[in-house]
Write a protein that binds this ligand. Structure first.
Ligand code: ATP
Length: 355
């Protein structure tokens, strides 16, 4: 399948500050691509360049193989949805959605047809004459999407569109947005600092940090095969420890609190190098029955944290003051665990990743 978007060596400077630093990526037609990163990493700057509100300092942006550099926003085949959806409060749903078509001088009969088709698509078939202030947050979201999609953009750009919604609605909208994107088949480029949004909805996610892309991958690979320490830290939960490489074959590291662990080097790390060791909470085995390929250690339970679906164990590694978080499997054998208990735990060697 061909690419809807290609971004090449893109740079944007604000005086001496580089907000976007040599970013490269492509987005396949009909896919859901997210740019995920902490506040201030350059996501909005990148999106504004794609939309045409900001010119790059250097590099190229191609939409359906044509460079759009210098093309004004209204002539680019993209549409942008912001967190504050900027719907027109004085107009009803139909007037909001048909606004762009009217400006394109489309006939009223054609507008009526297209509005009812798109309202059907976004699941609001009977809402044409509703006022904007009569809609819920999720319904407003869908109207904003309908208003953008009716203009048939090649790419829909979404800038944290769920940010203003409450938690429950955000959870629902994540699933709905993904469904909607699959149904309409439009390419979505979505920016967010919320990893769960990016992971749930996207075909591919680019993790951005300090103006650069750290890794572009499927949600699953980002979690299971993070390419950098930043990604390992940023995606999902991870316990991290300062360590030094004590042997390269087999690969072993010495932790800052003295333990030596067999581990997996994710980049080339020479003996004596300082590195970070990451251990996912769910890769910690409580009371392991086998010891093969396992780093074993003792912990003292500090707290049992229950959040409804999951239980986590906050523990201190024995004879140290270092805390470690473990996910408890749903198993009655662990129901009795309480603060103060001493436990044997283990982590498989290849679940200990080092950068
Ligand atoms: P957030 O998630 O908080 O919106 P972001 O990842 O979208 O953050 P940007 O808004 O792209 O980040 O900003 C990236 C960096 O560029 C920030 O440090 C910001 O202060 C800086 N920046 C953005 N616009 C300008 C500007 N017009 N002039 C100077 N610096 C700017």
């Amino acid at each position: 399948m061909s690419n809807d978007l290609e971004v090449e060596n893109l740079v944007r400077d604000f005086a001496a500050f580089r907000a976007v630093d040599n970013v490269n990526f492509e987005v396949k037609q009909g896919s859901f691509f997210s740019i995920l990163g902490p506040s201030g990493c350059g996501k909005t700057t990148l999106l504004r360049m794609i939309a045409g509100f900001l010119e790059p300092s250097s590099g190229d942006i191609r939409i359906r193989e044509k460079s759009v550099l210098g093309v004004p926003p209204n002539l680019r085949p993209v549409n942008l949805i912001f967190q504050h959806l900027s719907l027109f409060p004085m107009m009803d749903v139909k007037e909001n959605i048909s606004f762009g078509l009217k400006r394109r001088k489309v006939s009223q009969a054609e507008i009526n047809k297209q509005v009812s088709t798109i309202l059907e698509r976004v699941g609001l078939p009977d809402y044409a004459s509703k006022q904007i202030n009569q809609l819920s947050g999720g319904q407003k979201q869908r109207v904003a999407i309908a208003r953008a999609l009716i203009l048939e953009p090649s790419i829909l750009l979404l800038d944290e569109p769920l940010g203003a919604l409450d938690l429950k609605l955000r959870e629902q909208m994540k699933i709905e947005l993904k469904k909607l994107q699959q149904e309409v088949g439009t390419t979505f480029v979505y920016i967010t600092h919320d990893q769960s949004e990016a992971l749930v909805m996207s075909d591919h996610v680019a993790v951005m940090n300090n103006g650069e892309f750290e890794q572009i991958d499927t949600p699953k690979n980002l979690y299971t095969h993070p390419g950098t320490g930043f990604v390992a830290d940023f995606i999902g939960e991870n316990n991290s420890f300062d360590a030094t490489v004590s042997s390269t074959d087999p690969f072993k590291v010495k932790l800052d609190m003295g333990h030596e662990f067999f581990a997996r080097a994710m980049t080339s790390l020479a003996k004596g190098t300082n590195c970070k060791l990451y251990i996912r909470p769910e890769s910690i085995v409580i009371n392991p029955q086998h010891t093969e390929n396992l780093n074993k250690f003792g912990v003292v339970v500090k707290n049992v944290l229950f959040d409804g679906a999951n239980t986590k164990l906050l523990a201190v590694i024995e004879n140290t003051s270092r805390e470690i978080m473990a996910a408890l499997p749903q198993d009655k054998r662990f129901d009795h665990i309480k603060p103060g208990d001493k436990l044997d735990v283990g982590v498989y060697n290849d679940s200990c990743t080092c950068f």
